[in-house]
Write a protein that binds this ligand. Structure first.
Ligand code: FE2
Length: 430
């Protein structure tokens, strides 16, 4: 665990392995001067040993400099409410699962037939075109919990094999429209749905594919930047591939109680990202201007880069991460690991996550010929219940949800595993 104490013998080992860590000992904790390019100091895959070495170095530095200082002005010391949870609290509970009853399933089938009878474009599948007179009220209540409760829930009980590929998309849109009716584009070219699968039939070899389309683990992150992340599991892997989620508020509380300087680092307008929808200079990862609801929002990949998608080396545009930033990123990750909840999504499960309140990730997985992991992803927003978007996130948020004159929004209902797809672009998360 990240809070584990290190023996002096271990410290000596770390000093030898990470000699430059000691460079930061004399630094003022309020300053974050880049000491050296951090590309060599933090990777896409979090390194617990390196993080522990950084924590140990910081402990000494903070002791010498008189402590961690104060939180930014008007930031809460402790967040409270149902969004503050730890995986260990929820592991044995099923309060976050709603099982469709037979009546619900009948209603979904009836709504699907009604909707298909209208012969609409997929973008026109809405509450009014997909009637769920009884279940709809239950889903709207769950949407309230998504925005004001623990921040996630799972719907269970459908069998995707009973529906065609197109019907699965239509019923997904119909059901999700009661939770958050507005849909966001998930790529530069306006794709409104993403097929998450190890796309072995694509023309792009696995090592060159974005993590969404391969079988590697994804460390904790947020998607950039929908309000709600929805995942519909059409099939699961033969082994691995479990999703994990963690409350950003629980992470905040632990950091605010132990390392205020890390909260400050996350909140500073000093982060530069060169990937994703658009390059961003001098922005924060943590915001506190949504009616007292702090929002943590970052993609680890576009901060650290990974082997396939390196961060730009043009340091005049995008300076390397500082030591403090590298420590903060890993502190968020390992605190999320400590308090995370593993959710094993099975075929038919639909998971809805408040992406402004929760972090998510997934384990690596292996498919078999019979069982290939396959999820449909939507990015959603409920204009009535939505959290206020901080100014620093608005530019990217608008690219997702506001009309873009040069982009033609579209639905690809064929999976990217279809032969011939190129999958080298990497607009979105990871
Ligand atoms: Fe993601």
């Amino acid at each position: 665990m990240p809070s584990q104490q290190l023996s002096s013998e271990e410290n000596d080992g770390f000093s030898a392995k990470f000699p430059n860590i000691e460079l930061r000992e004399d630094a003022n904790p309020a300053q974050h001067t880049p000491l050296y390019p951090s590309l060599a100091r933090i990777g896409y895959v979090p390194d617990l040993e390196l993080h522990q070495a950084r924590l140990q170095s910081s402990r000494k530095r903070l002791q010498a400099s008189g402590g961690v200082g104060n939180l930014p002005k008007e930031w809460p010391q402790v967040l409270q409410g149902p969004l503050v949870w730890s995986g260990s609290d929820l592991q044995t509970s099923n309060e976050w699962v709603y099982n469709f009853s037979e009546i619900d399933i009948k209603e979904i089938r009836s709504g699907l037939e009604h909707c298909k009878g209208l012969k609409l474009e997929l973008s026109q599948v809405k509450k009014t075109s997909f009637p769920l007179p009884r279940l709809g009220r239950i889903l709207e209540d769950l949407s309230s919990k998504l925005h004001n409760g623990r921040g996630f829930f799972i719907l269970k009980g459908l069998d995707p094999k009973e529906f065609t590929r197109e019907d699965n998309v239509i019923l997904y849109l119909g059901i999700s429209s009661y939770i958050a009716e507005q849909r966001g584009r998930q790529s530069h070219d306006g794709s409104l749905i993403t097929h998450i699968t190890d796309a072995v039939l694509s023309n792009t070899p696995r090592p060159e594919r974005p993590s969404l389309y391969s079988n590697v683990a994804q460390p904790y992150h947020n998607d950039i930047t929908p309000d709600i992340l929805a995942l519909y599991c059409l099939n699961s892997a033969i082994s691995g591939g479990k999703n994990c989620i963690a409350s950003s508020w629980t992470v905040y509380n632990e950091l605010a109680a132990t390392r205020l300087d890390i909260i400050r680092t996350l909140a500073e307008n000093s982060w530069n990202t060169a990937g994703g929808f658009t390059p961003l200079k001098s922005h924060a990862l943590l915001y506190n201007n949504s009616k007292g609801r702090p929002i943590l929002n970052f993609s680890r990949r576009i901060l650290t880069s990974n082997d396939n998608f390196p961060r730009t080396r043009d340091f005049s545009l995008f300076e390397p991460l500082t030591e403090a930033q590298a420590e903060a990123l890993d502190a968020v990750n390992f605190t999320a690991v400590k308090h995370g909840l593993e959710i094993n999504l099975l075929p038919g499960d639909m998971c809805f996550i408040n992406n402004l309140a929760l972090l998510h990730g997934r384990n690596a997985f292996e498919d078999s010929d019979e069982s290939k992991r396959y999820f449909l992803r939507l990015w959603l927003r409920d204009p009535e219940r939505a959290w206020d978007i901080p100014e620093g996130l608005r530019k990217v948020h608008d690219l997702v949800f506001q009309p873009q004159p040069d982009v033609e929004d579209h639905w690809d209902i064929d999976p990217y595993s279809a032969k011939g797809h190129e999958l080298k672009s990497s607009t979105n998360c990871g």
